[in-house]
Design a protein around this ligand. Sequence first.
Ligand SMILES: *[C@@H]1O[C@H](CO)[C@@H](O)[C@H](O)[C@H]1NC(C)=O
Ligand SMILES: *[C@@H]1O[C@H](CO)[C@@H](O)[C@H](O)[C@H]1NC(C)=O
Ligand SMILES: *[C@@H]1O[C@H](CO)[C@@H](O)[C@H](O)[C@H]1NC(C)=O
Ligand SMILES: *[C@@H]1O[C@H](CO)[C@@H](O)[C@H](O)[C@H]1NC(C)=O
Ligand SMILES: *[C@@H]1O[C@H](CO)[C@@H](O)[C@H](O)[C@H]1NC(C)=O
Ligand SMILES: *[C@@H]1O[C@H](CO)[C@@H](O)[C@H](O)[C@H]1NC(C)=O
Ligand SMILES: *[C@@H]1O[C@H](CO)[C@@H](O)[C@H](O)[C@H]1NC(C)=O
Length: 433
Amino acid sequence: MGLTREFKLTTTFIVALAISSIIVEAKPFPGFSHTLSVKLDARSNAPASGAPRVPVAPGGGAIFPITNYGAKSDGKSDSTMSFQKAWRDACHSNGPAKVLVPAGTFKTGEVIFTGPCTAAPITFEIQGTMLGTEDLSMYSQNQWITIEHVNNVIVTGPGTLDGLGASAWKHKDDSFGGGVKLPVSLVFFKSNNSVAQNFKTVNSKGFHIKVLESDNVIVQNVTIIAPGDSPNTDGVHISRSQNVTVADSKIGTGDDCVSIGAGNTNITVIRVECGPGHGLSVGSLGKWKDETDLRGVTITNCTLTNTKNGARIKSYRQSPSLSASGIVFDDIVMNGVFNPIIIDQNYASSHLKQGSNVKLSDIHFRNIRGVSLSKVAVTLNCSSAFPCQGVELVDINLSSTGAGTSDGVAVRSACQNVKPTFSGKMNPASCLA
Ligand SMILES: *[C@@H]1O[C@H](CO)[C@@H](O)[C@H](O)[C@H]1NC(C)=O
Ligand SMILES: *[C@@H]1O[C@H](CO)[C@@H](O)[C@H](O)[C@H]1NC(C)=O
Ligand SMILES: *[C@@H]1O[C@H](CO)[C@@H](O)[C@H](O)[C@H]1NC(C)=O
Ligand SMILES: *[C@@H]1O[C@H](CO)[C@@H](O)[C@H](O)[C@H]1NC(C)=O
Ligand SMILES: *[C@@H]1O[C@H](CO)[C@@H](O)[C@H](O)[C@H]1NC(C)=O
Ligand SMILES: *[C@@H]1O[C@H](CO)[C@@H](O)[C@H](O)[C@H]1NC(C)=O
Ligand SMILES: *[C@@H]1O[C@H](CO)[C@@H](O)[C@H](O)[C@H]1NC(C)=O
């Protein structure tokens, strides 16, 4: 399965102004019962009498093509202002609105789509390709495209965001924040009930997609590609948000495919194909002083291919006091992963011997199978200051060759500061055995 996989995904917009609300509903796969839906609140819409000033789309709502605002599809001219003006008009229109990037290649610097808006929902439809300028001085807040302080925004394709990251990667991010911060390609900041779907994002300078302080967000059918050796090009990063789902996406980067930071509640990652990259990670936790607790992460039905880590939880050794609980990794296939299952609470080099102050509890690894590229297929290195509580492993079948242990090199588990429970099939054997 790969890019050619056929998605039977339908996104239905039911515009029901009579009840002042718009439902975006997405049914990812036939036979899959879980329906992803975000309720888009259209109560902020101006009265229905406010007629749009621009052409009306066949499906309803005003369309604001960036080319009507002077954008040039030559891949060279700076079209930043055209995007800003198209957004401004869309935002201040009434009812559904769409900012349209037609076929062609458009280059921009930092683009900030800010609210509040009278229009809702607002669709940002990328049919062509957007290029993010290589000139780092054009990004005032280390972000390329930002959607902020505006709810009910749908970013959709089928086009491409190309961050032109190669020239920026030599300025490798300093992990403690002292170095250059490279622009994130697409950021949702304080943007509830929003959707990112059906587009491709490649070669971001920093992270590809970041969801920050935004509730009820869906990222689905997104393809994210950067070289395996590009620094800090995380696929999707989520922090301080609630009810975020990343579904049906293919992510291969130089860092985490998905990273779930502090302050989140109820995050779901489902049917994501990851690789190359550093895996599907909860963390890093405990890097910054102001971090808050993390509760409820479900990562399910995912495949990792040729990645450094698989199901990972990592926290910094020297960290503020916070907790992370209710974390489930279920139904995960490892196609050649160096550390298939790993809790690492000693993350980052620090001369301090002090254990991490991140308290991990209620952690489950279930039905995880495939091939480990290292002999230690299960690593549970918890904090000496706060040993992990309630760690469960069920039905783990990892081998070093994929042919089963009798033929391959035996794999093993390593644990510290944790007393996990084990049940079902267990290869490698319990670290307590
Ligand atoms: C998003 O929802 C949260 C929780 O309901 C709320 O506190 C926050 O103000 C909302 N943000 C915006 C931009 O409306
Ligand atoms: C998924 O996104 C791609 C663009 O990346 C698009 O061509 C395809 O139609 C989308 N699939 C569905 C079912 O919308
Ligand atoms: C968690 O979020 C999903 C959407 O991502 C939602 O369907 C579900 O109801 C939420 N669960 C809770 C307990 O809030
Ligand atoms: C998260 O989803 C649940 C279930 O749908 C809902 O009750 C809750 O209000 C949502 N949280 C936010 C912040 O919107
Ligand atoms: C898991 O994903 C596969 C394809 O990726 C799909 O066929 C299957 O229905 C999915 N199962 C669930 C529970 O989502
Ligand atoms: C986990 O702890 C063991 C024992 O202290 C150590 O040998 C190993 O290197 C640690 N693994 C990681 C990934 O930190
Ligand atoms: C474990 O996986 C191997 C191949 O990777 C397979 O041959 C074996 O049947 C599996 N065992 C169980 C109990 O699923």
